[in-house]
Design a protein around this ligand. Structure first.
Ligand code: GRF
Length: 213
């Protein structure tokens, strides 16, 4: 994907486990032309993920792959890779997918597996990032879009945006403020990767050319 300028919409898979509001933001960015991609398939490890209903309503193929059905993480990842390759998927966007992906999965889609996380990484990785931020007493938190590696929430950072943490914030109010930024930044970061003009230099994603978008 690096340095390649895409002229045709890039086939994406969006991986979800729940609500799917970032999935919707991606769909809306595609609809408005901000994102030159097409959601080829939405995959969930949970059959009751509400985001699946939205995808079905949009006529997007959905696939439920319950992780309990597989004897190991490796077997699950292999099944996922096969399902996505069979559908011509070129980029994988995690959007609230509550599963770690192993080395074989990441290597199957080099520099093309992205995640959105509700904190300014490397602060507050893992679950409950907004609660972690409140408990720590930080004055600023935000959103990070990063490449996925087998290490939890630790891959090279593509884009970040900060939001203030207010004295009267609850987990709900802070999460809502961050979510607004997630919906703005995630499609923008995906388009940046699709547009090319960047490379990964160690931990850093650096610009190599002014992109045309
Ligand atoms: C978001 O806060 C995302 O950053 C995190 O999980 C949540 C998913 O929300 N990884 P949604 O399912 O996209 O609404």
């Amino acid at each position: 994907m690096a340095n390649s300028v895409e002229n045709t919409p890039v086939p994406l898979c969006v991986l979800i486990s729940g609500r799917g509001s970032n999935l919707r933001a991606i769909g809306e960015a595609i609809a408005t032309g901000q994102l030159r991609a097409v959601v080829r398939v939405v995959v969930s490890n949970r059959s009751d993920a509400p985001g699946l209903d939205w995808a079905r309503g949009e006529g997007i193929e959905t696939l439920v792959l319950p992780h309990q059905d597989y004897p190991s993480r490796e077997a699950y990842d292999e099944a996922l890779v096969q399902a996505l390759k069979a559908r011509g998927v070129r980029m994988v966007c995690l959007a609230g997918f509550m599963r770690m992906l192993g080395p074989a999965f990441c290597e199957a889609f080099p520099q093309a597996v992205l995640n959105v996380h509700p904190s300014l990484l490397p602060s507050f990785p893992g679950v409950g990032a907004q609660a972690q931020a409140l408990a720590h007493g930080v004055k600023v938190s935000g959103v990070t879009v990063h490449f996925v590696t087998p290490e939890l929430d630790a891959g090279p950072i593509i884009m970040q945006s900060a939001v203030p943490v207010r004295d009267d914030d609850t987990c709900e109010t802070l999460s809502a403020r961050i979510l607004v930024e997630e919906h703005r930044v995630y499609p923008e970061a995906i388009q940046k990767i699709i547009a090319g003009g960047w490379r990964v230099d160690g931990r850093r994603v650096v610009t190599t050319a002014v992109s045309e978008t």
